[in-house]
Each structure stands twice: as C-alpha cells, then as structure tokens.
Design a protein around this ligand. Structure first.
Ligand code: FE2
Ligand code: FE2
Length: 268
C-alpha cells in the first residue's frame, strides 16, 4: 500500500475547523460506510471475473484492502472529530438495509461493460475526494486534506487498472461508441442512487428519535450541490469519463462543455 492510515496524525486535528460542518459530517460518514462495505463488492466482482485469475488476485490482494483502508481512515476521522456519534450503531443500520442491494443482478451484461461501469464509479470516488481535499485546504484542515488526497490517488489507480482490464475484454467484445456512451450514462444516473440515501437515513436515525423523512435527504443534497459547484473538479471527471471513447483531442475538447452541461442536469 502506498500509505497507511495508522501513520496519519489524527491527534493533531483542530476539531473546531470542521466540527460544525454538518453536511461534511454526513458526507464523510456515508463515504466511510460505503468504502468499508467493499468486501461485499469484491466478492461479487471476483465471481463475475472468475475466468481471469489475474483480475481476481488484484481484486483480493490490492483493490479490497485499499478500499477497506479508505473506510477505516474515514471512520477514524469521524470518530475523532464527532466523538459523540455512535458510528458502529449507524453502520449496523446501514449494512442491514444496504446489503440486499449488492447483488450480481446490478452488474452489466458483459465483462467489458462492467469494467466501464467500474471506471465510472472510480471516476466518481476520485473526483469526490479531490473535492473534499480542495474544501479541506480552504478550511485550513491539513489532516482531512491529506486523507482525501491519498484516497483520491488510490481511486485513480483503481480507475487505471479497470481501464486496462476493460481494454483486454474489449479486444473481443469490440463495443461501439454508442454502446460505451450508454453504459457510462446509465451508470452515471445511478451515482445519485440508493446508497447515499440509505447511508443518510442510517446516520439520521442514529442521531434523532424522530423518523427519517425524504425531505431531509433532499435538503442535504441541495447543500452538497452547492459545495460541488465550488469544489468539484468537473474537467477531471469529464476527461476520465471520455477516455474509453478514444476521441481525438479536438472532438474531446468540443465535448467537454456538452458533458459538463449534462452532468449538471443530472445533478452531479
Ligand atoms: Fe475507495
Ligand atoms: Fe476505488
């Protein structure tokens, strides 16, 4: 591993810089839940790619430990800054509701297509942590900046490995540009899917005695989109999403504003 969360100086965090940032608490806690549940995804992916021992080995020995470390690093951050919050209780609630959604049915129909979907997910995570890094720099909170920087780099590395695997399978599948766009677009629509809502609900119910209502989550999403407008690296996301299309530089440049508009319509 390129870094270890145990080397991070959590004790040196100036909690006053972040403690009152409610939406950040929800964002980071939700991310910790999803990352720490990567073992389930790893097993599903390993089953899907069982004909390819090299991929399975990388998933088991590299991808899963790195994703789990992301979860542990964020969990420790939450427990350090928001120490009254019962992370374990909220995570139990999350896991119960989330696990039935993690099935092979959610996978794409072919191996190259599933790799494209994984690239969209890694684009989402690498850019999300880049945004958190920028935000932490603005807050002058170097520990969160360091954690999110490390995680973002790992996610880019995952993207690159999935891209190589995609190319391997696409040498046989030979997907057309329209098919590639469709997989990317369909997976993008899922970015705003159930996982974020389930995580928010589990956190909310751990903190409050009153029942969760969807409007609370909608309000949270409005805050996140305001945050994204300022900190989200749109161009980085677009470049990563367009890469499998192998466009020449002129076409790629021309596509950027179009895709940027589409991402905004999708609320990303
Ligand atoms: Fe991750
Ligand atoms: Fe990743």
């Amino acid at each position: 591993m390129r870094w270890h969360y145990k080397d991070i100086e959590y004790d040196s965090i100036d909690r006053s810089k972040v403690q009152d940032k409610d939406f950040l608490f929800y964002l980071i806690t939700s991310a910790s839940f999803i990352e720490i549940t990567s073992d389930v995804y790893e097993k599903n992916l390993a089953t899907f790619y069982q004909d390819n021992p090299e991929v399975v080995q990388w998933l088991e020995k590299v991808w899963e430990p790195e994703e789990l470390q992301h979860g542990k690093a964020l969990k420790k951050y939450v427990q350090t800054v928001w120490s009254d919050f019962d992370w374990e209780e909220a995570y139990d609630k999350f896991r119960q509701e989330y696990l039935p959604h993690c099935t092979l049915d959610e996978f794409q129909p072919t191996k190259a297509k599933e790799m494209l979907a994984r690239m969209v997910v890694e684009t989402g995570t690498s850019t999300f942590y880049r945004a958190i890094e920028r935000f932490s720099q603005d807050l002058n909170e170097p520990i969160l900046a360091q954690i999110s920087h490390n995680i973002s780099k790992d996610e880019i590395y995952h993207y690159d490995t999935f891209y190589e695997t995609y190319k391997h399978y696409n040498a046989t599948e030979k997907l057309g540009k329209n098919e590639i766009v469709k997989v990317i677009y369909d997976r993008l629509k899922m970015v705003d899917g159930e996982d974020g809502r389930i995580a928010y609900k589990a956190i909310y119910e751990t903190l409050h005695d009153t029942p969760f209502e969807d409007r609370y989550y909608e309000e949270h999403k409005r805050k996140v989109s305001k945050f994204a407008k300022k900190y989200y690296p749109y161009n980085m996301a677009i470049k990563m999403l367009l890469r499998p299309l192998n466009l020449n530089k002129t076409v790629e440049k021309a596509s950027v504003p179009l895709i940027r508009g589409a991402l905004k319509i999708l609320g990303i």
